[in-house]
Write a protein that binds this ligand. Structure first.
Ligand SMILES: [Zn+2]
Ligand SMILES: [Zn+2]
Length: 237
């Protein structure tokens, strides 16, 4: 009676379900660093992912963790794929049960003394997958000066995910942006801390924030000089 179900269950041993991943409005796909201590989420341009990125190595823009290209799914994409796989299994079992019940009902003789019929309740389940949705756009879009691949991040990125290149000038620019952001957020921070902890705390916090801008600037400039000098570190003469 349920030959189809038995056959379907046997097939499930080797079944694989593929779930599409949508790009955002700008054509970027979400990726996440597989390093458990990092899990940095970023985006890569879909065309560049296909044409420039290599299967064997992708680098995290934040921690430079290196891993093959099939290890960069976001936690949300993995969760979505798991629930889709479960939905497909449910759909296939449901279809087989309905088919088995129909066959059983068709075999019953209408004029027999006792008539039996079988009904599978509930609405039919889907047997197709729904693509994983893209996360919100990321404002900072970057193009690597070494390999031309395009990627997007929130905040800042130090390494190109396609070639691992560390751009000295971009890192320096990012540091300057960070200093500007700190300086421009002083009033917001002051208001928030006054509300939660009082004026004294707010004053200490804001002064400390401004002071770190100076040390941030020194460190950024030192790193910039080191990076720029590196290429001349071993002159041929
Ligand atoms: Zn990372
Ligand atoms: Zn690159």
């Amino acid at each position: 009676m349920f030959e189809k179900l038995i056959q379907e269950l046997k097939c499930m041993n080797e079944m694989s379900v593929s779930v599409a991943i949508e790009t955002d409005e700008n054509g970027y796909i979400d990726k996440q660093c597989p390093n458990e201590n990092c899990e940095f989420v970023f985006k890569v341009n879909k065309d560049d992912w296909a044409n420039i990125f290599k299967d064997e190595s992708v680098w995290c823009p934040l921690c430079r963790h290196e891993a093959p290209s099939d290890q960069w799914f976001t936690l949300q994409q993995v969760k979505h794929a798991q629930s889709e796989a479960l939905a497909i299994v449910e759909g296939k079992i449901d279809n087989s049960l309905r088919e088995g019940a129909n066959q059983f009902n068709q075999r019953q003789r209408k004029n027999s003394f006792i008539s039996l019929s079988m009904k599978v309740s509930g609405s039919p389940k889907r047997t197709f997958t729904i693509p994983a949705k893209a996360a919100d756009l990321m404002q900072l879009e970057i193009q690597c000066e070494a390999c031309n691949s395009r990627f997007a991040v929130i905040g800042s990125a130090y390494f190109c995910p396609a070639c691992g290149h560390n751009s000295v000038t971009r890192t320096f620019r990012d540091s300057l942006r960070k200093i500007h952001a700190k300086k421009n957020s002083i009033d917001v921070v002051r208001r928030a801390v006054i509300e939660s902890s009082g004026k004294d705390e707010a004053e200490l916090m804001c002064r400390s924030l401004i002071e770190t801008c100076v040390s941030d600037g020194v460190v950024a400039f030192q790193k910039y000089c080191e990076g720029m000098y590196e290429q001349f570190a071993n002159p041929p003469y």
